[in-house]
Structure formats: structure tokens, C-alpha cells
Design a protein around this ligand. Structure first.
Ligand code: ADP
Ligand code: MG
Length: 852
């Protein structure tokens, strides 16, 4: 992590280069005032200057630009930053705070007349006029000089106008501004980034004689006549007849009397819409049209179709966008340095903005989309790589272990490790033995044996006297790990002495009694307890460790980012291992998990029998019940999963509750049917799962929200109702709940329909047991949002990019790596704008963010 002085220097430079607009730090420089004193003390900065700097940071937002510059100089001198006096002059008399910048934007823009001719001449004016403002710009840093030299590149102070509210745009009143804000559009920049949700291609003009029914077309014709008349049911119709030299066409509007105000006999209009047939003659209902002597925005081109809210019309948004793009597209600073844009083979930002809104051709549109997709992926990559670098710069404690030690731990296990387990362990050993904290994602299919790998990893720090913690998403899973770990570490194994005694491994969950809790807390504080297993209870406040040096998070997707960070925060830069049983496709590994090192275990322990999977249509369900009966007769158990029928877990629970009653009464009166669903409290869920594991039930009915992430080797059947509703990765997870014992296991998928095409997707489940193959398929079928679930996808809100597009991702990553290699902090002149774009893209990643 950068030291506080490095950080200040970076922020101050950025701040100065942006005209002292108080935008270098997200939320303003005053934000630094909070963390500064502690960081300053840590860095050994002289105590006497701390309050002065704190005060200046706090007051900064209230100062005019000229004073802001002085304040930065003063602080730089106090903290002894190099070149304090080299900040560029502040703009005389111009306060460059966001509020003033807005006022400036408003002036410039309202001045722009609507026609194209006038607006371009205004633009030229701005570029040519040697204003005071421009002179000030020239004396700023090198970056601005360079920017100025590059023709058409906007000046940074002009760019500040982009943050002005949309209401400064001509034709956007306060009311429209409110409507736009419903679409998330507050500033001019937001508006520019409000991309069309689709395009209608009216660019291919036809004559009336060429029209075919059902086609979307544009024709140009003159209005022969128009009338209004009522229908039998009391509606009113406006009808116009238009003609070009080849034929006539009828236009009809229902209940739109206002059309009468626009239509004129003899006027030439360009008409777009779908051609229908009415009494054998061509007609267009509710066409879009406009006089042809106007700029053809709505017709006769590839027309953008924007997302709308009530009260604003498509025409209005188009017109507003057109004006905005015309004026502002050239004024948006392109944060991609030219060399990068060249390497990525993407068009400039101004051109991309123009083409994404009003594409000239389909090719230009694709090129614009490519540019914006690249931007997203590239900023994402810079963010994750920067995060990774920050990880790598942290200092941790090394826990090297000898070959002999490894050999003994492995010998003590009740089974031989797979090659994949060996390899993962070796990665962990390297990490834990280094001076930087491990930050590793362990991926392995359900049942691949991740737990034992994590346990030996934890043993590496424990053998040196430090502590480790393992967090699991449910009480029963924690309990299971607790038992596994005591078996592995506290028992004599193949003649090798145990590493710990029972009391040194402890369990802490929401169910732990007060007395137990007390004891555990004492043991942790004194350092007697070496390994703590538990649920979210681990991260609660009073849980404090003497020396926590390794943290393992199981089923990481079940935890939020904050929870993981909280657990890590209980140690001093501990080594971190997160585990996932959902294989993560390569493209996502490189993006949202891009800050982690990855180990993949793609091999199952020997002797596992592949699960037999079949698809059974609803009509043949009885046969499945028969199969369950026969499995239970052999002493085995079965799961039946019900899907989310309606959004909201009540409906789902209802389906499971009703079904379990029906199954118990009508289908399995001789068996014991258990039920677990989302409305149960965690302790109740655990109780049911425990009962199932203890064979108190033969059949367990469960909703899909309850992940049955538990080892129940005696269960041999997994039946999934409504299988068509689930993604492949999730189906694979369910399937992984069986096949954990010696016996042959079965998975039965029952889709809701017998629609062959719809069920085709499920076929691949019957063909492979490989979670990685299924994950890739699932990602391409459903997209990353559904694949990841909201908890993780939430923070990457990508509009244009496809997170499944490995090629673009790899390219962006390679470029990002290179850029960061040359300029790790992105503070060289040419990368300043890029730096800011990354900060905006990753608002939460301010220095010490934690993403994955
Ligand atoms: P997961 O990767 O899904 O968390 P677990 O760690 O729960 O898998 O392991 C699944 C089962 O496989 C456990 O019962 C464990 O004891 C067993 N196991 C793990 N490694 C091996 C191995 N190398 N050989 C045989 N069985 C193993
Ligand atoms: Mg597991």
C-alpha cells in the first residue's frame, strides 16, 4: 500500500491538474481528514503538524480556487512533499469548484443555437478565442499542454462542465431533469452515457410501390390529404393519405387529434414504421414522421431507441441527445491515451459517443459498441490489477515449512492426496512461506477435497504457534468442518503424532452457549485455541485473536465482501484462502476475481463413481418415486429439490411445504419425509439437516434457497423438480450433494414441460460431470449476473461489455498489465485522466478496497 505521503502527493498533483476542483479524492479532500491522523502517526510524521493538516483538509472544500492552491502548497511543505511549489497557477478569479463549473457549462451550452451550422461555428469560436482561461490552461502541467496540442482534444476545465446538471441543456427544464433522474441521469455526462437500448434501422429507403407487408420501412412522400373521423366505438381517427410518384399509402392514428396540428397538405415527410394491410391496401398505424427538410433524426437513418420513463417521449430524448452529443461529444476528454486506443484497436471517445447515439452505419455502431465494451473491461482490469498490486505490497509473516514436515502431515491423512490436491497445497505452501500475505482462490468441484487442503494450509501457521480461522456459511457446515478438522489434526494418524489436542480446535456458531463462547474467547485471547471454526459468528465484535495468521473462507460466494474483510481484519495481514465449489469460468477469473491468485483442483479423489444423471418428463414422475422407494429399501436416502416458483421465498416455501405433505401422505406413507425451506431459522435448518444426516429421515424435501452444502454420504438420490428453471452450475451443485459415498448415485432432472427445445439445455447435464465445462456453458447461456448471483455481480455493473468474452478480457488485461508495469500508480501525465476514470469506475476501491 502506498504510504500516506505518497498518497498525498498523488492526490495533490491530481487535484492541481484538475484546476483545484476538489475532485481528486472521491467525496472531496475533506474525506482524507478522517484517516490522515492515524496514517500520519504510523508513518512517523511529526505530531505537531498533524492538526494543522487536518484542519486544512477539512477547510479545503470551502475555499476559492486561489486559496486551494495555497493550501495544497502549505500542506505539501508541512509534510515535506517534493516540488511543493510547482503546482500550476489557479485560474484567476475563476473558482473551479463543481458549482462554478456548472454555471460555466450552462452558459456555453445555452448559447448554442439548435441548428447544426450555428453550433459548429460556436465550437470553432471556443477553440480559437485566446481567452484568459486558455492561457491559464497552458501554464498548467505538461499533460494539459500536451492535450492542448492534440487537435480537438478538450481542455480539462471545459470537461468540468460535463458534471453540470442536465437542466443546463437547452430544452431541459427542471421537470424534465426530474424525469431524467429516474433513468439515473443527473449530469450531462450521465446523459451522454445514456445509451440507446436498441436501434431501428430505417436507413434503407423504399418507394411506396416497393413496400411489403410486415416490413419496417422509411418512405418519403407528400401529404395529399388528411381528415379526422369517429369510429363506431367513439374513438377518433386521424387519417392521412400520402403519395410519392409510385403509389399511395395511408397513415392512421387513433385518438391522436393533435396530429392535425402538424399535418399540412403538400408537405413532404419522411415516414417510418411497419407496413400493414388494411382492406388490401398498405397502411402504417401510428407512424413516426417528420418534415424532410429537417434534420432527419427520427426517420431515414439508424434510429436510436432510448429507455424511457413515463412523461418523457422518445422524440424528446432523441432531440435532446442530439443537441447534447453535437456539442459535448468533442468536449469529453478521452481518458484512453492514444497508444492504448491504438493497441486495443478502438475508436476515439468523441466519435464513439456520436456513433453510439446516431450511428451512420451498422459498422460504425459496432465499432462504437466495441469501444465502450473495451472501456469497461479495461477499467475493470486496471482496478483488479491495482488491487492485486496492493495486496502484493502488504507485508505479512512468512511461515515456511520443511519437506519433512509436509511429508509427515500428508502421511498422517487417512487417504492419499490427488495430484490436484498436492499441487494446490504446494501453491499454498509457497504463499504462506513468503513475506506477503497469501490471497488465493481455491477452486475445486464439489467433492474434490478442498477441506483437507485448507486444513494442512492452516497447519502451516499453527505449527509456528499462530492461529487460524475457518468460516463457513451455515452452522451445520461449520460443525462438519469442525469434526473433520479434529479428526485430521487432533488424532494420531498412521502412527504420526497429532498436531493439536481437542481443546485447541473450537467451534463458534450462533448456537454456541454463553459459557462456551466465553471459553472460546478466552482461549483465543490467550493463544491456547489455535484453530477456530465457525459461521458469521466469527466476525462479531468481541471475537479477538491473539495472533490470527490464516483465514479460510469456505463457499465464498455465500459471503459478502465486507464479511470477508472483517474476518481478515481480525489478524495482522493474515494469509487468506477463499474456496469455491462453483467452478469459475476463465473470463470471470480474470475479471471479478482478477485480484486473486487461483488454484484449480480439477481431479476427483480416486474411486468415486460418476453420478448417473437422467431427464425424466413430468408425466413419468411415478417411476422416479419408485426409484426412491427402492433406494430407501437398500438403506439409502434421497433429496427432492423444488424451485423458486414465484419471485419471493414465500411462494417457494409454500410449494415445498405443500409438496412435502402430499409426498408424505400420498406417495411415501411408509417413509419419513423431512422438510427444509427458507423461512426456517438457521438453527431450525441445521436441526433438520442434522436429523437427515443421522438418518432420521429417508427423504428430504428442500427448496432451492437452502443450499444443502453438507456431506451426507448415505444419500444416493437427488431429484430436482422444475429443473428447467435452474442454471447448469446450480444443478451441478445440487447433484454434488450425492455421490459422496461408495454406492452408485443418481440425479434425476424433472423439467416442468416436455418442450424438447427447452429441455435440450439440460441434456449436457447427462453428458458430463465436469463442473468446469458446465460453468462455461452456464455463463454463456445466462450471463454473469445470473451466473454469479446478485451478491457478487452487484459491484460490476457493466452496460456494454460481455463478461463471457474471454478474448476481449485477455487483451484488456494484457494492456492493463503493461500500463501498470510502466506506471504503477497511474500518475504519469498521460495517464492522469485514466487514473480518474478508474477511480470513478471503482468508487469503493479507494486505496484499500476489497472486491472479491
Ligand atoms: P469439497 O471440495 O466439496 O469441499 P470435501 O473437502 O468436503 O470436498 O471432500 C469431500 C469428501 O472427499 C470428504 O469426505 C473427504 O474426506 C474426501 N476426500 C478428500 N480428499 C480425498 C482423497 N484424496 N481421497 C479420498 N477421499 C478424499
Ligand atoms: Mg466443501
Amino acid at each position: 500500500m502506498p504510504t500516506i505521503t505518497e498518497k498525498l502527493q498523488k492526490f495533490f498533483r491530481l487535484e492541481a491538474s484538475q484546476g483545484y476542483a476538489n475532485r481528486a479524492v472521491l467525496g472531496g479532500l475533506q474525506r482524507l481528514a478522517e484517516s490522515w491522523p492515524a496514517e500520519a502517526r504510523e508513518a512517523g510524521i511529526e505530531e505537531s503538524i498533524i492538526p494543522t493538516v487536518t484542519r486544512l483538509l477539512r477547510q479545503y472544500q470551502g475555499m476559492p480556487a486561489v486559496e486551494r492552491r495555497d493550501a495544497l502548497i502549505k500542506m505539501s511543505e508541512l509534510v515535506k512533499l517534493p516540488n511543493a511549489r510547482s503546482f500550476p497557477e489557479a485560474l484567476d478569479g475563476v473558482e473551479a469548484g463543481p458549482e462554478k463549473a456548472q454555471a460555466k457549462g450552462s452558459l456555453t451550452h445555452k448559447e448554442i443555437p439548435e441548428t447544426k451550422k450555428a453550433s459548429s461555428s460556436t465550437k470553432d469560436n471556443t477553440a480559437d478565442k485566446p481567452s484568459k482561461k486558455n492561457k491559464a490552461v497552458a501554464t498548467r502541467s505538461k499533460v494539459n499542454t500536451r492535450l492542448k496540442e492534440v487537435a480537438k482534444k478538450p481542455k480539462l476545465d471545459e470537461a468540468a462542465g460535463l458534471e453540470a446538471p442536465v437542466s443546463v441543456i437547452r430544452g431541459v427544464g427542471e421537470k424534465q431533469a426530474v424525469h431524467l433522474s429516474r433513468l439515473g441521469v443527473k449530469t450531462i455526462k450521465d446523459l451522454l452515457y445514456l445509451f440507446p437500448r436498441r436501434y431501428d434501422d430505417y436507413s434503407k429507403l423504399k418507394t411506396i410501390s416497393q413496400l411489403k407487408y410486415g416490413e419496417e420501412v422509411t418512405v418519403i412522400a407528400s401529404v395529399l390529404d388528411f381528415t379526422k373521423y369517429p369510429t363506431k366505438r367513439g374513438r377518433s381517427i386521424v387519417e392521412a393519405v400520402v403519395s410519392d410518384t409510385t403509389g399511395t399509402l395511408r397513415l392512421l392514428w387513433f385518438n391522436q387529434d393533435f396530429q392535425l396540428r402538424y399535418l399540412r397538405k403538400g408537405m413532404f415527410i419522411s415516414i417510418s414504421g411497419r407496413v400493414e394491410s388494411y382492406l388490401g391496401r398498405p397502411v402504417i398505424y401510428h407512424p413516426d414522421y417528420e418534415p424532410v427538410d429537417q434534420q432527419q433524426l427520427h426517420t431515414n437513418r439508424i434510429v436510436p431507441v432510448y429507455p424511457l420513463t413515463a412523461l418523457i417521449t422518445q422524440r424528446w430524448v432523441r432531440r435532446t441527445q442530439f443537441n447534447t452529443v453535437q456539442y459535448w461529444a468533442d468536449r469529453v476528454p478521452d481518458f484512453l491515451p492514444e497508444a492504448i486506443a491504438d493497441r486495443a484497436d478502438v475508436m476515439g471517445l468523441a466519435e464513439a459517443l456520436r456513433q453510439i447515439h446516431f450511428p451512420e452505419t451498422q459498422e460504425a455502431l459496432s465499432a462504437a459498441q466495441k469501444r465502450f465494451a473495451f472501456d469497461e473491461i479495461f477499467l475493470l482490469q486496471l482496478g483488479v490489477l491495482r488491487q492485486k498490486r496492493q495486496w502484493q505490497q502488504l507485508e505479512g509473516t512468512a511461515y515456511p515449512v520443511t519437506d519433512a514436515w509436509m511429508e509427515e502431515r500428508i502421511q498422517a491423512l487417512p487417504y492419499a492426496l490427488t495430484n490436484a490436491q498436492y499441487a494446490a497445497l504446494e501453491h499454498i505452501r509457497q504463499d504462506v512461506g513468503s513475506l506477503h500475505p497469501m490471497n488465493r482462490l481455491l477452486q475445486g468441484d464439489v467433492g474434490s477435497g478442498k477441506t483437507v487442503v485448507a486444513v494442512i494450509g492452516m497447519a502451516m501457521v499453527i505449527q509456528a504457534g499462530a492461529q487460524a480461522a475457518l468460516m463457513a456459511p451455515t452452522g451445520i457446515l461449520a460443525d462438519q468442518h469442525y469434526n473433520t478438522i479434529r479428526r485430521l489434526l487432533c488424532r494420531d494418524g498412521n502412527g504420526h503424532a497429532p498436531l493439536l489436542v481437542d481443546g485447541q480446535v473450537r467451534l463458534l456458531t450462533g448456537d454456541s452457549s454463553a459459557a462456551e463462547r466465553e471459553e472460546v474467547l478466552d482461549g483465543l485471547a490467550s493463544g491456547y485455541v489455535k484453530l477456530l471454526v465457525g459461521t458469521h459468528a466469527l466476525i462479531e465484535d468481541p471475537v479477538a485473536f491473539q495472533r490470527l495468521q490464516m483465514v479460510v473462507v469456505d463457499e465464498q460466494h455465500r459471503f459478502g465482501v465486507a464479511q470477508r474483510a472483517a474476518l481478515r481484519g481480525k489478524g495482522d495481514n493474515p494469509h487468506l484462502l477463499v474456496m469455491t465449489a462453483t467452478p469459475i469460468p476463465r473470463s470471470l477469473q480474470l475479471t471479478i476475481f482478477g485480484d486473486l491468485d487461483v488454484s484449480i483442483m480439477d481431479e476427483m479423489p480416486a474411486g468415486r463413481r460418476p453420478i448417473e444423471t437422467s431427464i425424466v418428463l413430468p408425466a413419468e414422475r411415478e417411476q422416479v418415486y419408485g426409484q426412491i422407494q427402492s433406494q430407501v429399501a437398500k438403506g439409502y436416502q434421497a433429496f427432492i429439490i423444488y424451485p423458486l416458483v414465484e419471485q419471493g421465498d414465500n411462494e417457494e416455501s409454500k410449494a415445498a411445504v405443500e409438496e412435502s405433505e402430499r409426498l408424505q401422505k400420498e406417495i411415501f406413507p411408509n417413509l419419513r419425509v423431512g422438510l427444509v425451506h427458507g423461512r426456517l431459522k438457521p438453527a431450525e435448518k441445521d436441526a433438520v439437516m442434522l436429523a437427515f444426516r443421522n438418518k432420521d429421515y429417508d427423504v428430504l424435501v428442500s427448496t432451492s434457497v437452502v443450499e444443502v452444502g453438507v456431506d451426507i454420504p448415505n444419500a444416493t438420490m437427488m431429484v430436482i423438480e422444475g429443473a428447467n428453471r435452474f442454471g447448469l452450475a446450480q444443478l451441478h451443485q445440487f447433484r454434488g450433494r450425492v455421490g459422496r459415498g461408495e454406492a452408485q448415485s443418481y440425479c434425476v432432472l424433472i423439467p416442468e414441460t416436455d418442450d424438447a427445445a427447452e429441455n435440450e439445455r439440460l441434456r449436457v447435464m447427462t453428458e458430463t460431470n465436469d463442473g468446469f465445462v458446465l460453468a462455461e456453458k452456464d455463463l454463456s447461456q445466462r450471463g454473469p449476473g445470473d451466473f454469479l448471483g446478485t451478491r457478487q455481480a452487484g459491484f460490476v455493473d457493466l452496460k456494454m461489455a460481455n463478461l463471457a468474452d474471454t478474448r476481449v478480457i485477455q487483451k484488456a488485461r494484457a494492456i492493463a498489465e503493461e500500463v501498470l508495469k510502466q506506471d504503477p500508480e497511474l500518475i504519469s501525465d498521460e495517464n492522469l485522466a485514466l487514473h480518474q476514470a478508474v477511480d470513478t469506475f471503482w468508487p469503493s476501491q479507494d486505496g484499500n478496497g476489497d472486491m472479491s
